[in-house]
Design a protein around this ligand. Structure first.
Ligand SMILES: *[C@@H]1O[C@H](CO)[C@@H](O)[C@H](O)[C@H]1NC(C)=O
Ligand SMILES: *[C@@H]1O[C@H](CO)[C@@H](O)[C@H](O)[C@H]1NC(C)=O
Length: 403
């Protein structure tokens, strides 16, 4: 063997070693997913290095993925698309062109990205909104809320709340020909978090008369108290959303101060004064046996009260919708929850399903056994996966039948 072929062999082995990540047995298109994940990991490594050098904030590098995937608001034969503002908050609006005699349905969509990245104009989100508008003949509003690290909690929450409240005015609904009895709010990941939080807070807002028919929470993040749930332990290094990145997203939502991130990483961030909140996320009671597996529930370890006082956001139900009393769950609309087996956030969604069902809210729970977090992001070439299409179809079909 010549030096050339030996070098080539060595290089291939190194590339394969870098690309290879353990992926669960039941995942299809394993090598394609590994390649996509290697891309994400590379961006994450660059982000870490650039931040270490003091050049940029970690999230600014991650934000490059969002920028690369930017797509302009281009209308097609079925849907008119415009970038607009609702009460000064930007949003991308999808209005079906098809003439229909009756009123239309509406979906308010909140994109994911850990409150730090992502955008309504990203190709997969734009496509998902197009599909929704087209399939349901519905008006879709995709909210462009402000992001961390420039803006921290509660700005993200408030931007979404502002748009939802503005849109739910009878006069605005009439302007778009929307049926006030057929409105849904949907979101994935951090967007599912914002959707769940906004829907809860709307219940107490006497100025809002229109009731949402459905909330659809797609692999949502719903709590910050326990970052050692069985799903966090089982999926610590799973593609797309490893635990370290989720911890970074959560802490960054509240502050860039690394002491919160470090405390969250060791799950010692909740002060003893807030111990009463742990019952809302007690997975020992709230998870079905199948998901508990052989994990053993351990009592929480408390952190310093300084963090809780300085950054009260992480104990606030507007950031962590699981942290409300049962009475606050009464009156919530029909809820669709989609969870993925191989996802650190899996148990957040499942615990919300348990809590909602306990108080009698109608819940439809789709648990996808062979899915990873962020499945809906993989619907556009060249990073599309059969899984992405399957999950998107499942969600849109359900919405079409039930909204
Ligand atoms: C428009 O709608 C029709 C019928 O649903 C569909 O076949 C076509 O692909 C859609 N066009 C676009 C650009 O999505
Ligand atoms: C959680 O539930 C378990 C089992 O029911 C119980 O022993 C434990 O005290 C609970 N912990 C908290 C903090 O609620």
């Amino acid at each position: 063997m010549g030096t050339k072929s030996l070098s080539l062999l060595l290089a291939s082995v190194l590339v394969a070693y870098y690309v290879y990540t353990p992926v669960p047995e039941n995942i299809e298109e394993r090598w394609k997913l590994m390649l996509i994940n290697a891309g994400f990991r590379t961006v994450a490594h660059v982000a870490e290095f650039a931040e270490w050098l003091g050049l940029v904030h970690y999230m600014e590098v991650l934000m490059m993925i969002t920028s690369i995937e930017y797509t302009a608001p281009i209308s097609d034969e079925n849907v008119t698309i415009t970038d607009t503002k609702f009460n000064n908050v930007p949003a991308r609006l999808y209005v079906p062109r098809k003439q229909s005699s009756g009123l239309k349905r509406a979906v308010i969509y909140i994109h994911g990205g850990g409150w730090c990245v992502g955008g309504s104009a990203m190709e997969p989100y734009d496509l998902l909104s197009r599909w929704t508008a087209n399939k349901l003949n519905a008006v879709v509003i995709s909210v462009e809320y402000r992001l961390a690290p420039t803006y921290h909690f509660p700005v993200q929450f408030e931007d979404v709340y502002t748009v939802v409240k503005f849109f739910l005015q009878t006069s605005v609904l009439a302007q778009y020909g929307v049926d006030p009895n057929r409105i849904c709010i949907s979101g994935d990941s951090a967007g599912g978090n914002l959707a769940a939080a906004v829907v809860q807070q709307l219940l107490d807002d006497l100025e809002v008369k229109v009731k949402l028919k459905i909330q659809a929470l797609l692999y949502p993040a719903l709590q910050t108290l326990d970052l050692d749930l069985p799903s966090y332990k089982d999926n610590e290094n799973m593609p797309i959303l490893p635990k370290s990145l989720m911890v970074r997203f959560w802490s960054e939502y509240f502050t860039t101060d690394v002491s919160l991130k470090e405390a969250m990483a060791s799950n010692r961030h909740v002060p003893a004064e807030s111990s009463h909140l742990f019952r809302f996320v007690n997975w020992s009671n709230l998870l079905p046996k199948k998901f508990k597996k052989d994990h053993v529930y351990a009592s929480p370890i408390y952190g310093s009260s300084r963090l809780g006082k300085k950054y009260p956001g992480f104990l606030d139900p507007r950031a962590a919708p699981l942290l409300v009393d049962d009475t606050k769950l009464l009156g919530l609309p029909v809820t669709y929850v989609l969870t993925c087996q191989h996802d650190v956030l899996r148990d957040d969604g499942i615990m919300y399903v348990s809590r909602l069902r306990k108080v009698g809210i109608e819940v439809i729970h789709d648990h996808i056994e062979d899915a990873i977090h962020g499945a809906l992001m993989f619907i556009t070439s060249p990073t599309d996966l059969a899984l992405g299409h399957r999950v998107a179809n499942k969600y849109i079909e359900w919405l079409n039948m039930n909204l």
